[in-house]
Design a protein around this ligand. Structure first.
Ligand code: IPM
Ligand code: MG
Length: 372
């Protein structure tokens, strides 16, 4: 298969971790006979510094014309603490999601058995955790009308959703639930918000076409609590943009490090793959950032194009790095391995391993079932 991949390493640790994902994809390409053609472009704070625009037109065009986008991270502290900044790096990512129509953000959360001790939560609570969040990505409060009154003392952000916007991601989430444990939890705040009541109405109606799926509802505040109290109760979580943003960061704690969680953002014509973590500027250029979230995002990319065996080979190589304790310091503070060595280990394992011929399905982190 020939795939063109737009590479947007972005800010902070983005370039370091994305480089490891590229190494792994190249290893997959060589091992399985595929052609992955990468073209790099700027985005975020880096793009603001160079062009004044967090998403230059040339970057957007490249993404639109590529089969997939591999994204690193976005954000810079110099903007975080300046509420008056008119141009922000994050605007680049938000515009990219919107322009590419990436309405469905898929964030799998699973506890790796070899890392179960790394979690701040008790083993008995997190054992067996395996859920996937379907987060609506281009609507809601993120994209609604924003207002600031003239003297800057009153501000508002509108949360709007249409039936069509809810329905397209709901169908994706139900389809995913069909291939998994057949349970879907809609997370909302329907006791307070009109938009949440529309979500409930639309999703309840759609559920009629998926009789094998058990549909449950949870208010966001309760869901935030349940995620920590009993995460293994969840299978597919469907939610709107802002709640999904918050719940996925919370979910990332369960597995021990936010540096482990990948994501896929898909629309009708485009797909983008990125770790859920941010730009982690404190770790930039120190060779300590965990590349696994980015590498697993590359595995989701392979899955997206139906390259199941290739994706599994990559995931198995990741599991081996964990088993052999070839991990970055976030997972083992005495580790002597850095971002690069972890990437080298995983990519060389893909090349050398013959395990992908004899797959142990029990060990699969991102089976086809966890994504569309
Ligand atoms: C995420 C991030 C982004 C979001 C930021 C960087 C705009 O937190 O992908 O979860 O809020 O969606
Ligand atoms: Mg977030």
């Amino acid at each position: 298969m020939n795939l063109t991949i737009a590479l947007l390493p972005g800010d902070g640790i983005g370039p370091e971790v994305t480089a490891q994902a590229v190494k792994c994809l190249q290893a997959v390409g060589e091992t399985f006979g595929h052609q992955f053609e990468f073209t790099e472009a700027i985005v975020g704070a880096k793009a603001i510094d160079k062009t004044g625009n967090p998403l230059p037109d040339s970057t957007l065009e490249l993404c639109k014309n590529s089969d997939a986008v591999l994204f690193g991270a976005i954000g810079d502290p110099k903007y975080d603490n300046d509420p008056d900044a008119k141009i922000r790096p994050e605007q680049g990512l938000l515009k990219l999601r919107k322009e590419l129509g990436l309405f469905s953000n898929i964030r799998p959360v699973k506890v790796f058995p070899t890392l179960i001790d790394k979690s701040p939560l008790k083993k008995r609570i997190i054992r067996g955790t395996d859920f996937v969040i379907y987060r609506e990505l281009i609507g809601g409060i993120y994209f609604g009308e924003k207002n600031l009154n003239e003297d800057g003392t009153v501000a508002s952000d509108l949360c709007t959703y249409s039936e069509a916007e809810i329905s397209r991601i709901a169908h994706m989430a139900f389809k995913a639930a069909k291939t998994r444990r057949k349970k879907l939890t809609l997370v909302d705040k329907a006791n307070v918000l009109e938009s949440s009541r529309l979500w409930r109405k639309v999703v309840t109606k759609i559920a009629e076409s998926y009789p094998e799926i058990t549909l449950e509802f949870l208010f966001i505040d309760n869901a935030a609590m349940q995620l920590i109290l009993n995460p293994s109760q969840f299978d597919v979580i469907l939610t709107e943009n802002m709640f999904g943003d918050i719940l996925s960061d919370e979910g990332s704690v369960i597995g021990g490090s936010i540096g482990l969680l990948p994501s896929a953002s898909v629309g009708e014509h485009n797909a983008l793959f990125e770790p859920i973590h941010g730009s982690y500027p404190q770790a930039k250029d120190k060779d300590i950032a965990n590349p696994i979230a980015s590498i697993l995002s590359a595995a989701m990319l392979l899955d997206h194009f139906g390259l199941d065996e290739e994706s599994r080979a990559l995931v198995i190589a990741v599991l081996k790095s964990m088993k052999n304790e070839i991990v970055t310091p976030d997972l083992d503070k005495n580790s002597k391995y850095g971002t690069n060595s972890v990437g080298d280990f995983i990519s060389s394992n893909i090349r050398e391993s013959d395990d992908h011929l004899t797959i142990n399905r029990e060990n699969i982190w991102l089976g086809k079932s966890t994504i569309i």
